[in-house]
Design a protein around this ligand. Structure first.
Ligand code: NAD
Length: 300
């Protein structure tokens, strides 16, 4: 015979709880109060790493449209792109500045956070978006390949998460931390194995940070794009094509046709609209999640 719980409410089940006076609000009185204060009345600021182009650029522009002032970060070589993004944001009437830093270097990330606070005010939001990809068979990887992948995609995310969290804790009013994962954080792509492993690490770090930061009113979530037509996929398309003999552009077309339920390659704005939600108050009760935006490649 199947085991069945008696049909009793929680109030009946626990005599201790039954004698607690009911709060006038909906929230039960015994909840731990870690919920976020609303940022609506605060000046909203965000650092977006790797935002001179691609998904990061779309996120920086979308958050500016949402009312944030933005620190536009990228490596020194991509500062011309960062300056153009800053100009676009200023044309919208928001404040922004470009900042050259390599996210794999902790000291540079610490200096970037200080510069952002000085330039824009208290830091509310960190989007650890910067990342690199490489197409290579597992048995051909050099130690340097593996190290660089993890230095940027994992240490880089850790440096941004931890430095932003320390700043937000010192400010005492919570915040939002986000990182770029990928669908390969759920199911690896062959020949992108060390990239896939680095994104699994982002998903793990996001869950662990969410647990430890909740008490400081900081939520930590990640976004997982699928196949987005950016410079990163130009490289992947070209390199995968070399292994199969496919022409430039044919691999991304094949993957789009065969893998994506919605039948089109993703654009950066598909991702930035979800990031906007994860940065805003409508996601205040979400933490530790990695949200897939892939047009229906993998189903979580
Ligand atoms: P992209 O290559 O177009 O842009 C990435 C940006 O990050 C570049 O401007 C680059 O200079 C910057 N960057 C790289 N290393 C850096 C470092 N050490 N410090 C600071 N900046 C650095 O790539 P994208 O497609 O816009 O990807 C953005 C993020 O989304 C990445 O983390 C990527 O792994 C992830 N992602 C992309 C896709 C996709 O299909 N394009 C899919 C899933 C996840």
């Amino acid at each position: 015979m199947a085991f069945r719980l008696p049909a009793r409410t929680l109030w009946q089940a626990s005599p201790k709880l039954a004698f607690l006076p009911r709060a006038t609000s909906q929230a039960p009185r015994w909840v731990r109060r870690y919920a976020l204060p609303s940022l609506d009345h605060q000046n909203r600021t965000a650092i977006v790493t790797g935002s001179s182009r691609g998904i990061g650029k779309a996120i920086a522009l979308r958050l500016a449209q949402d009312g944030y002032d933005i620190c536009v970060n990228d490596v020194a070589a991509n500062q011309p792109g960062a300056e153009e993004v800053v100009k676009e944001i200023k044309d919208m009437g928001r404040n922004a500045f470009p900042y050259a830093a390599d996210v794999s270097n902790l000291q540079e990330v610490q200096q970037m956070v200080q510069a952002s606070v000085k330039e824009l005010g208290p830091l509310n939001t960190m989007v650890a978006n910067a990342g690199i990809a490489q197409v290579k068979a597992l048995l051909d990887l050099t130690e340097q390949d593996l190290r660089r992948m993890f230095e940027v995609n994992v240490f880089g995310v850790y440096n941004c998460y931890s430095t932003a969290a320390k700043q937000m804790i010192s400010q005492g009013s919570g915040g939002k931390i986000l990182g770029a994962a990928s669908i390969v954080a759920f199911k690896p792509f062959a020949l992108l194995s060390h990239y896939s492993a680095s994104k699994w690490a982002v998903r793990g770090l996001t869950q662990a940070f969410a647990m430890e930061m909740a008490t400081h009113k900081i939520t930590v979530n990640a976004y997982a794009p699928g196949i987005v037509g950016t410079a990163m996929w130009d490289l992947i398309d070209e390199e995968l094509g070399k292994t199969t003999g496919a022409k430039k552009g044919d691999t991304i077309k094949k993957y789009t046709n065969e893998l994506i339920a919605l039948g089109r390659t993703s654009v950066p704005e598909d991702v930035s609209s979800t990031v906007s939600f994860l940065c805003g108050k409508d996601s205040d009760y979400m933490t530790g999640q990695t949200i897939v935006i892939d047009g229906g490649i993998i189903f979580t």
